[in-house]
Structure formats: C-alpha cells, structure tokens
Write a protein that binds this ligand. Structure first.
Ligand SMILES: Cc1ncc(COP(=O)(O)O)c(C=O)c1O
Length: 384
C-alpha cells in the first residue's frame, strides 16, 4: 500500500509478539503472563491492534486494561482472553464488569458489594484480584488490612477471589525501598497461607522487576513498557516516527531561526524545515540544539524553538533536498535513534506513543507488511 503522509509512525506488531515471547522465555513455562500493555489504549499504540498481537503471541494468559470501558471495547471486538481491570472503579460500573466478564481489581468493600449484587442477579461469578498497597501509594489495601478485607468480601455471594497483587514503584531506582515492598507483599502472602486461604494468582512483577528480580515472578508477571521500549538488545524496536523535509533554505551567518530567535547561525548554512512539531508529540525540550534527527544516513541538530507543527534542522552543507525522509525515532542503514534514547533526554515517559499527536497516522506492520493504517479521518485496512 502506498501512502503519501508527510509525518507518520510505524508500529511493528511482529516486534510486540517477539518481545512477549522473550518475556515468556525469561520467566519460564509455569509463570503466567498478564500483558499490562493493553492498558490506556495499549500504552497509546492502539488497544485492539496491541491486544491482537498479544493474543497471537500465544504466551499471554491475561490482558490488563485501565478502566472497564477498555475491557468492554475488547469484548465487543470479540476478544475472549481473560481481561483484568487494573484501576479501582465506582460501584455504578460493577454491572458492566459482570456483564462483560471482566476481572476486577478491588480494594474497597462497596465495589465488592456491587459486584456481588450484580453477579448474583445475573447468575454469574465475578473474578476479583485484591490490590495491596505496599508502597506505591496509589490504590490498594494496606498490608495489615488484607486479612480482614478478605474475610469481609469472602462472605459476599458470587465473588471469586482469584488473585492478589501489588505494584512496585521504584525498581532499579531505589533497591532498599523495593526490598521493603517485596518483603511487605511476601508477609501478606505468608499470612494468607497461615490462615489457609487459597488464592491462585499472586503477582507483583512489572517490566523492571521482570528484568531484574526473578523472586518477584510468583504465579504471574505483568509486563508493559518492556514490550514497547525494548531497552535491552534481545528485544525488537517496535516503534518508529518519520517525517519529511518540506522546505530548505540557504541562510547567512547571524540569521535568526524560529520563535524568539533562539538560534542564530554562526556561519552561512542550510536550514531544513521538517513537517512535525510539538502538536505531533515532538518534545518541546528537544529543540534548541539539544537533540538530533537522521536525514540521509547522518545525524543533524534540531535548532531553534520547537514550533507547533514544524522543526528546523541545521544541515550545514550536506546534500539535503525537499522531500527527503527524516527519521525522528527509528533506524536507517547506518544510524539509529531508539525510543529509549529519546526517553533519556526527556523525563522517561514524556515521549511514549500516547504523546504522539492524534493527527499523526499510525501504520501497523505485520509480517513485515503494512497491515492497517489509522488516521484521524478513519482506518484504512490493507489486509484482514
Ligand atoms: C497494575 C499494573 N501492573 C503492571 C503495569 C506495567 O508496568 P510497566 O510498564 O512498568 O511494566 C502497570 C502499568 O502502569 C500497572 O498499572
């Protein structure tokens, strides 16, 4: 399929499959995988396409979503894989959770009561996972409150406590605190065992823990960012962002470039204008000579303030023409800018796909070919 977008991103679904299989291989046959990467519109990469790839990998046992709406959307698209809602809900969402056979994270009794009420009424069983706050400070029951909480909700009809989990906040950044979180969760699990309470799925590990701390694997791991950021050599890069040179001009020395004249040329040079800006997700912090892009197998600096829909690049006397491809994230024959290189320049999560603007077409690649194109005006399907 040909397209003539100036700026677009490519999402390599084959890479998602490869990376999930790598995780499976790392954690071992007995450990289940809950793919957190479907959460929040598939980390911004597109919930359905990402879920489809995850299911195709055949190593995923659960899909994780942020809110019931995402789970309902996947169910309506025909997804049968178990889906867990990671976020806490309001009691009024319980009916949908039950209706669409979602598994719900719980940490309040009113939500459990609502889930129980609707599952009894619909003659169903709703699966819940108890969230324990061991130090993330987001949602979850305090460790010392877990047993009383279990006692309370176990009395409710038509609820099945399938899982219990916690979330690590500082892996790789604060070893001491991570140890405290792990020990806190293990103490809860010991208490549960002592009381002879059977909960089949105990889980703790996010991407960082999968990479570094095997003792956290337990019954299931929850990889998310590792699949997309691919920050270890064994993993495939799944994302690229490309644009084109739309204008080129020779400028003299002492020429002001961009808003506020932040860049003033020291000598005569050529300035290439590229068709993306901060509205498309290019980080504002990466102008003013602080970052680079690739044109024709060479790196060039982005100069001047980043504009809403354009950036300027000082290409010196290189042979750069209007229409030449510009790689913002991705690989040419001899150069590469990885998504993680960009993360390290800005504060880690500033440049995930969610920040890629809505007007940038998403081109999905499967079996090395274009599979689907999503634009702001609708989807263009290439292959089923
Ligand atoms: C409950 C839960 N588990 C796992 C993850 C995955 O985290 P990461 O992207 O660090 O792997 C998330 C993501 O925010 C989450 O909310």
């Amino acid at each position: 399929m040909n397209h003539n977008f100036l700026t677009y991103c490519e999402i390599n679904l084959d890479g998602i499959i490869h990376n999930l299989r790598w995780v499976k291989n790392k954690v071992g046959e007995k450990v289940k995988i809950c793919f957190a990467g479907t959460k929040a519109n598939g980390y911004g990469y597109g919930i359905f396409e990402v879920a489809e790839a995850a299911i195709q990998s055949k190593v995923v046992d659960y899909l994780g979503v942020a809110v019931p709406d995402e789970g309902i959307y996947l169910r309506k698209k025909g997804v049968k894989t178990p889906i867990i809602v990671f976020g806490n809900i309001l009691p009024e969402f319980a009916e949908d959770v039950v209706e669409y056979d979602l598994t719900q994270t719980v940490c309040t009794t009113d939500v459990c009561e609502a889930l129980s009420y609707h599952s009894k009424r619909k003659k169903k069983f709703v699966r819940v996972h108890i969230k324990v706050d061991t130090g993330m400070g987001r949602i979850g029951v305090y460790p010392e409150k877990v047993i009383p909480f279990i006692r309370k909700i176990s009395r409710l009809p038509n609820i099945y406590i399938e899982g219990i989990y916690s979330h690590l906040s500082s892996v790789g950044r604060d070893d001491e605190f991570t140890k405290q979180q792990i020990n806190g969760f293990f103490c809860v699990l010991k208490e549960i065992e002592k009381k002879n309470i059977k909960i089949p799925l105990k889980h703790l590990a996010n991407s960082a823990a999968i990479k570094r701390i095997p003792e956290t694997y337990l019954d299931m791991v929850r990889p998310g960012s590792i699949i997309f950021n691919a920050d270890i050599p064994e993993l495939k890069q799944i994302f690229s962002l490309k644009s084109k040179v739309v204008y080129i001009k020779k400028v003299p020395a002492n020429y002001r470039i961009g808003y506020r004249g932040n860049y003033i040329t020291r000598k005569a040079t050529k300035i290439a204008t590229v068709a993306l800006g901060y509205i498309d997700g290019y980080p504002f912090l990466l102008g003013d000579g602080k970052w680079k892009i690739i044109i024709n197998e060479r790196y060039f600096p982005v100069v001047g303030r980043v504009c809403m829909d354009q950036i300027m690049v000082d290409v010196g006397n290189a042979n750069v023409k209007i229409g030449d491809e510009v790689i913002i994230i991705g690989k040419s024959k001899s150069c590469e800018i990885k998504i993680n290189d960009v993360f390290q320049q800005v504060d880690f999560y500033n440049f995930l796909a969610p920040s890629i603007g809505i007007r940038v077409p998403r081109i999905y690649i499967k079996d090395d070919k274009i599979y689907k194109i999503r634009t702001i005006f609708g989807d263009i399907y290439e292959r089923d």
